[in-house]
Design a binder for this molecule. Sequence first.
Ligand code: NAP
Ligand code: F7E
Length: 322
Amino acid sequence: MNKRALITGLTGQDGSYLAELLLDRGYEVFGLMRRSSSETTERLDDIADRLTIIGGDLLDQTSLMDAIEQANPDEVYNLAAQSFVAESWKEPVYTGDVDALGVTRLLEAIKRVHPAARFYQASSSEMFGKVHETPQRETTPFHPRSPYGAAKVYGYYITMNYRESYGMHASNGILFNHESPRRGIEFVTRKITDGVARIKAELATELALGNLDAQRDWGFAGDYVQAMWLMLQQEEPGDYVVATGETHSVREFCEVAFARAGLDYEKHVVIDPRFVRPAEVELLLGDPSKAKAELGWEPKMGFRELVESMVDADLARYGVAR
Ligand code: NAP
Ligand code: F7E
């Protein structure tokens, strides 16, 4: 019989890649989707007719219990979150309600309705924040720098707690930044590649950014959902860093992205203090050795290919040539 999986955050970047992966592997895929007055399924256009959508929200306990009952899943992937770090200072309580307590609500629903389901929690490198060591690994202490990071630390520990308290197969993927042409437009990578395309299409002349010196370990989302799936195929649950082991600055991202379209970033990028954060995560660099050794996982796409594929996709969207 086909395996059944429930994905929360189905409409997001990772939800769409994970749904594709699971469908390819013969899963019956269910997705939790919150009510919206407008269309939120554009990332799912190619696979929509193969998915079963269940209405629900991480803020609503009853809907989560019903979703687990309806999907009766072998595997649950909790990808839903208020995922934009900058927004978390504007909506700290809401961010905590979804990203921290939402995890407890979902774990509790699984525990009560179908405790044998395996659980994946989308934990984040933002938990390392003001880093205590470099590279960051599974044993590096957490020091979150935003309401988002703090909420994700709670989500991480409550996942571990349900594993230890109730013997649930619950795992944390500590994922470093991962991007794609499907990345939300407000995140810096996509903001840059969209900005390049807009400038090339003569719709803009400038791109306003914040801290160009921040460094991130950027990988490709399509590679990272593979690691999520592998975690739930292990006999024992666990916590894994998923990263490329390379770090680059926002400035370097700009350089490569603008160059791909024959442009010089220094002529177009301007600094706007509105995009500088109250507390910054200056440097992230992950050590994925455990994922490689235990899951056999390795990233396939490198930095340059990632940036260029995102630029190419945005240029195509605006109908302009390189
Ligand atoms: P994303 O594109 O922002 O998607 C977030 C998803 O969560 C969307 O489907 C959104 O639905 C849904 N959602 C938000 N609030 C919800 C609620 N109250 N109830 C139900 N669904 C809700 O995020 P992503 O980049 O795919 O990331 C997936 C997960 O990994 C998130 O938990 C994120 O925090 C975490 N993470 C991401 C990265 C990264 O670099 N991408 C790294 C580490 C961890 P709508 O479409 O209705 O808004
Ligand atoms: O910022 C700097 C900004 O918003 C990256 C989420 O998926 O990954 C993501 O969080 C860096 C920061 O991602 C702008 O200050 C400069 O240092 O693309 P971002 P993030 O905050 O790293 C983690 C792992 C997650 O878990 C999150 O869900 O870029 N930066 N100028 C800027 N950032 C933005 N957004 N906009 C700017 O104009």
